[in-house]
Every structure is written in C-alpha cells, then in structure tokens.
Design a protein around this ligand. Structure first.
Ligand code: PMP
Length: 385
C-alpha cells in the first residue's frame, strides 16, 4: 500500500512515538498539579515541547497558545480578535480558497453582523494584490489568508501580503493559516509581517489533536486583545483552558525538533519527487493537467485533473494499493470550493484527484503509483466522441 495523502495527515515519526509513550502510561501527572514530582515532570515536558516549537517557528515561548489543532486555532484567532475588537462594524477579508475552518468561521460571523470579503484567485490560486488593497476599508479588523493551500499547493508571498496590509493600516490584524506550510517551507514568525499563524502537528509527523495559535506580542511584550474560545482554566495564559494533552504536546515538540533539523533535506526530496511525478505522468497514457502550474508552490501537494474519468471510481479502484484523495479531508462530501474558485468546471472537478507526498515517500512509490493510476485510468476512461 502506497500512502499519497500526506496533505490530509502524515504518519507519526517513530522518534515522536518513542518520546510520547511514557507520557501515556507512566508520567500521567497533571502539569498544573504543581508541587509533586509527577506534576513537575509533566510541566517540564510541556515547557520543553513549547521551547522546541518556539525554536522551530522562531517565535517566543509565550506567543504560542497550544490548541487541539489548526481548526481550533483558526476559530480562536478569527472569533477572538473580532470579538475583542472595538470596531462597531467589523469587516474581515479572506480568500475563496481557504480551509473550511476559516470559511465556516467567517460565515458564522457574517450571521452575527460582520461583513466579509472573499477575494477571488487566479488559476494558480493566487490573489491579486490590488484586489486586496482595494478590499481594505477603515472597518477592516482582520485579514486571514492561508500560507499554503491544502488542495492545490499554492504558496503565497506572505511577506508581500503582510507588508501591503500593514502599509494600509497597522491596526488591521493579519492572520495566516500556516498548517500546510509548516514543515515544508522555512518559517520565521519573528521576521514575517503577520500578527498570528495557525498550525497543526499531524501535518509534520506529529500526533493528531494538537497544534497551536502563534500570536505576536508588541514591543512592550503585550499580546493583542483576544477573547478565549475555551473559557475556564489558567492553561495557555488563560486563553485556552483545559488540561494539557501532555503526550500529544510532547510529540508535537519532538516533531518540531525533527522538522527543523530535516527541513532543507525534506524540501529537496519533495521537489525531486514532484518533478519525477510530472515526468512519469507525461510518459504515461493519462491525459491530465496539473491544477496550479505556478512555481510558487508546495511541491508535495499536486492536484491532477484526469480527463475522461470519475475521481471517485479512480480513488475506489486504487483504494487497496494507493491512497489518494479527491481533495480536502475536511470537506470531503462537497464539491471542492478551491477547484471551482480556480475556474474548473463541474466535469473537471469530478475528474480531479489530489496526490500528496512527504518525507517517507520514495521515487519507486511515485513510479508504481503512476503505473497503478494509469491502469485504472485505462479501465475507466470514457472517450468522448
Ligand atoms: N488548515 C489547513 C490548511 C489544513 O490543511 C487543515 C487540515 N486539513 C486544517 C486547517 C485543520 O487542521 P486540524 O486537522 O489540525 O484541525
């Protein structure tokens, strides 16, 4: 079985699992327990993990609010900033191709009276900077634009976007969903012109159910006003109550340490696999197009329209040999809003699969997958006369 759905989730690195084990069985103290050894040990483990993540993302330890993952972090930041804002008619700017946890949060806030602008994108999933500039108004409270897209692998120039927003007004809060970018491109939170980012450990070989919101402190060390999503408890500076998921947090810390150390090797490996995949597809009998042929891309997420076949048939026929998906796992039952935003018609969307790979994928996996896809493609292709 060849796993090519790394954008949905990645396998846990065995070193991550090793580090987590004892916090599930032996070291079970509540890190907020304070005075006894069991609690002190787990508190130290959480602090140590926080330090590793902070080093990886180049943020301060007290800028990281640990959450259950990126969906929670996205909800927390967007709702929290808008709720705490003094703006009487808050306005949000986002794009049409964001993750469902951003779009659904914006829809929720729209029902509560917020105005939301959903920027359109070109066929590579990039926004027009002029459109962004024109969308900003005196009422704009928050802009949320994803760093890397989970369906078509678009990578945006986050610094250029941040600079544009801040040149218009330093009061506008700029958030980026960096879930697909973390572990795939270098991230320097202290340098990049964003106020907050979201991420999730299971996208970089850590466990599921843990991630974070990173929120910038100002030069006096003060966090922006933000309403907690989970009230109660002093954990995470009172911004996210609830007993810390110690084993998960330890795993996330280890995954961050490994991702940091391996980053340049991983980037080269993934780019090589991407080029190889395209070459193999070109040599095959498959009639296809890559959605997002831009060079600013995450090389490990490839959206392919396979002309003349249904993606469902292909994915099901491949199921026990190769794991690929039709798109985002988080909105798997609906036609992709991302593919439609980049201009694909219904037939093309129905013929599109997402192939995503990672550090454990080998050249042979790609070769064998293309062969397997070609076989089912030949079987199911409907030739239109
Ligand atoms: N944002 C993006 C871009 C994602 O790809 C995902 C995961 N599919 C999420 C947010 C949600 O992450 P989590 O699973 O941690 O809630």
């Amino acid at each position: 079985m060849i796993y090519l759905d790394y954008a949905a989730t990645t396998p846990i690195d065995p070193q991550v699992y090793e580090d987590m084990k004892s916090y599930l069985l032996q070291q079970y103290g509540n890190p907020n327990g304070k005075y006894y050894t069991q609690a002190i040990e787990t508190k130290n483990a959480v602090d140590n993990a926080r330090e590793r993540v902070a080093k990886f993302l180049k943020c301060q330890m007290d800028e990281l609010i640990i959450t259950s993952g990126a969906s929670e972090a996205n909800n927390f930041i967007i709702k929290g900033i808008v709720d705490a804002s003094e703006q009487t008619n808050p306005h949000i700017v986002t794009t049409q191709i964001e993750h469902s946890s951003i779009l659904a949060t914006c829809k929720f806030l729209e029902k509560r009276g917020c105005k939301v602008t959903y920027l359109s994108v070109d066929d590579n999933g990039q926004i027009e900077l002029d459109d962004l500039r024109n969308a900003l108004t005196e009422e704009t409270t928050l802009v949320s634009i994803g760093w890397g897209n989970n369906e078509i692998g678009t990578l945006v120039d986050i610094q250029a976007i941040g600079n544009l927003i801040k040149n218009v007004s330093s009061q506008i809060f700029f958030h980026t969903d960096a879930t697909q970018a973390v572990g795939k491109v270098p991230i320097n939170f202290s340098k990049v012109n964003v106020d907050a980012l979201s991420f999730s450990a299971h996208k970089f070989y850590g466990p599921k159910g843990v991630g974070g919101a990173v929120i910038k402190r100002d030069k006096d060390g003060i966090l922006p006003k933000i309403t907690p999503l989970i009230h109660g408890g002093e954990q995470e500076m009172g911004l996210r109550g609830g007993t810390s998921a110690v084993a998960n947090i330890v795993g996330m810390g280890k995954a961050a340490e490994i991702a940091d150390k391996d980053l340049s090797v991983t980037i080269k490996h993934i780019e090589k696999l991407y080029r190889f995949l395209i070459e193999e597809l070109q040599k095959s009998s498959i009639s296809f197009k890559v959605n997002n042929f831009g060079s600013d891309r995450l090389f490990g997420i490839v959206s392919l329209t396979l002309y003349g076949v249904s993606n469902e048939l292909i994915i099901k026929a491949l199921a026990s040999d190769v794991a690929v998906s039709a798109g985002s796992a988080c909105s798997a039952t609906k036609p992709s809003h991302v593919l439609s935003a980049i201009g694909l018609n219904k037939d093309e969307i129905r013929s599109t699969i997402r192939v995503s790979f990672g550090k454990y994928t080998e050249v042979n996996d790609i070769r064998n997958s293309v062969k397997a896809i070609e076989k089912v493609y030949e079987k199911f292709r409907v030739i239109k006369s």
